[in-house]
Design a protein around this ligand. Structure first.
Ligand code: SAM
Length: 281
């Protein structure tokens, strides 16, 4: 392994005149055991085309090079990009792309392996995984978000991200990761998770329009997750300026489709998808 310890990382950052930027979530991996763990649970094969978001100093990227067919590393920091392009030029299957992962069109890939910039976790998961044909993901991310992804039945943890992930993916917790495995040490706790696309995604979530509506519906009713579904849908539609549905109409539609008027958090994901379908507009 061409692994860099903390001292070497500090030295390179100094040479590149980089002060790690919190807004970009620049916390670099310094623990070789964590890198090994990520590689092990990624089950990388020579068929895999990998997307790495924020390769940073290339620690993970380089380890993945010999194991996979191709790696695309999307890095927003120009100085890191120049460094990576030079350092990794000996590998003809690594392509470093300078850009904001949230803005650019992503190259085709079947796995995302990444210590992701925690500042953009929500929109990143949204862009990459809330789709049909999503890639597998092996992600180091904020523990708070990971906890919410593993629906525990505690309604407080229900959110757009938890419902969205579980609608499209099966999440697996690999382990919590010590903050001391990074330089600089992040303020937040981190977890390593694996997310695998579901092979039984609800048919309503098979095209962009209905996917977007479902995600909008979930985001719209989740602020009212402790209220009855009729009220939550009423608020959601009101916020959309949709006057087509009176309270009576909402009650009738739900009743005719055998849905009780109970608390939002007591519905499971499949039921929430079915309900969103009834109000698709
Ligand atoms: N992969 C490296 C590692 O594990 O040591 C660095 C991980 S660090 C947590 C996150 C990386 O993502 C940084 O290199 C940062 O510059 C980059 N980054 C932050 N926001 C980004 C964005 N919107 N698009 C692409 N890269 C981004």
């Amino acid at each position: 392994m061409s692994f860099m310890n903390i001292k070497e990382i500090q030295l390179i950052l100094k040479q590149l005149e980089i002060i790690p930027n919190k807004k970009l979530g620049q916390n670099f991996l310094t623990d070789t055991n964590i890198v090994k763990k990520i590689i092990k649970c990624s089950d990388v094969s020579q068929n895999d085309v990998i997307l790495e978001i924020g390769p940073g100093l290339g620690t993970l990227t380089e380890e993945l090079a010999d194991l996979s067919k191709k790696i695309y590393g999307i890095e927003i920091d120009n100085r890191l990009c120049s460094y990576l392009k030079e350092k990794l030029s000996i590998y003809d299957n690594i392509e470093i792309i300078h850009g904001d992962v949230l803005e650019i069109e992503l190259p085709k890939h079947n796995k995302v392996i990444s210590n992701i910039p925690y500042t953009i976790t929500g929109p990143l998961i949204d862009k990459i995984f809330f789709n049909i044909n999503s890639p597998k993901g092996i992600l180091l991310l904020e523990k708070n978000i990971a906890n919410r992804i593993f629906l525990s039945g505690n309604y407080k943890e229900y959110s757009r991200i938890s419902i969205g992930v579980n609608a499209f993916m099966n999440p697996i917790l690999i382990s919590d990761i010590s903050r001391k495995s990074f330089y600089p040490i992040p303020k937040i706790a981190l977890s390593l998770i694996k997310i695998i696309p579901r092979d039984d995604i609800h048919p309503f979530l098979s095209e962009k329009g209905s996917i977007n509506f479902f995600l909008k519906f979930v985001a719209g009713i989740m602020p009212y997750k402790n209220k009855n579904i009729v009220n939550a849908i009423g608020y959601f539609l009101k916020n959309l300026n949709n006057t087509e549905y009176t309270r009576e109409k909402i009650v009738k539609i739900l009743y005719e489709n055998n849905f009780e008027n109970k608390k939002v958090f007591s519905f499971n994901i499949e039921e929430l998808i079915e309900i969103s379908k009834l109000f698709y507009c």
